[in-house]
Design a protein around this ligand. Sequence first.
Ligand SMILES: Cc1ncc(C[n+]2csc(CCOP(=O)(O)OP(=O)(O)O)c2C)c(N)n1
Length: 328
Amino acid sequence: MSPDVAPLTRERVLDAYRTVLRARALDDRRFVLNRAGKLAFIISPRGHEVAQVAAITALDPSRDRFCLYYRNFAAALACGFTPEELMLAAFARAADPSSGGRQTPGNFGSRRRGVIIGSSTVGPQIPKAAGIGLALKWRGEGSLCYVSFGEGATSQGDFHEGLNFAAIHQCPVIFFCENNHWAISVPQRLQVAGPGVAERAAAYGIPGVRVRGDDFFAVHQAVQEAAVRARSGEGPTLIEAEVLRLQSHSTDDDQRAYRDAAELAAEAARDPIPRMREALTKRGWLNDEADAALREEVNREVERATDAAEASPDPDPSTLGRHVYADV
Ligand SMILES: Cc1ncc(C[n+]2csc(CCOP(=O)(O)OP(=O)(O)O)c2C)c(N)n1
């Protein structure tokens, strides 16, 4: 094991679990606020949280770069965004650190945290990450670029360009595909021929790994191994984490219109959060009392973050053209 790898202690895993709970509770609140007409639009990470937090926990936010995508709400928390900051984005307030309330709330950006803002377009973060990886390689500091996307994004030309470039130039990049088997209403079989995304790595001459996205330890290990490879100059890895989309694509979508009711019920019963709780309980790292205390703490954070963000001012309309046109 590389000396770069921080051991996965009980404290770090419980911290990750708290982040998972935080993501779920904040997202539930966002959903209610959306239905109450207070938030315009959000994209839920429901079902992806454990995989996202496990992946980021295996990396080093103090030196790595992160090209996140719109469903990475839990990943953003793991990168250090606070609940209040994410609520400011949801309410599109001026103090939203990503874009001052200008972008949709899933476009996360924070220079000091190494989170590079994306766009709502599917895929362009992938070749961007390859380029960032090349720059990091030239700097020679042992840092890497992590980029995430759904399986639908792998149908974009950007996927090929990014993986091909990163593989040829041995860039320190981790390509993390969160395969929830749906791209809005398009199922995986109409998006990817063959068993899945991981197999595509072979065409680029890089390792491809498929992992269960509801297994915190398995995802963490896969990302940690990819990070060791990247940091030691062995190039990129493609990881496919199989996850569930337990919510519709966005608050503007209703998946009951195109998904089978029995399948939705079966997936709801496979929620990864109880699985993570069970895994921690088995290790003797968590009990019912500690779990309840964590949930209470997280609920209080959600209350505080919501109140603070709601009371925060909107962007000044006179700044409408900022970041779009040159300031004159
Ligand atoms: C280039 C482009 N095409 C289409 C869209 C519309 N769109 C937004 S999200 C999405 C689905 C992407 O699915 P996937 O990559 O599997 O990620 P998921 O949303 O399931 O996490 C589509 C088609 C877009 N934003 N950009």
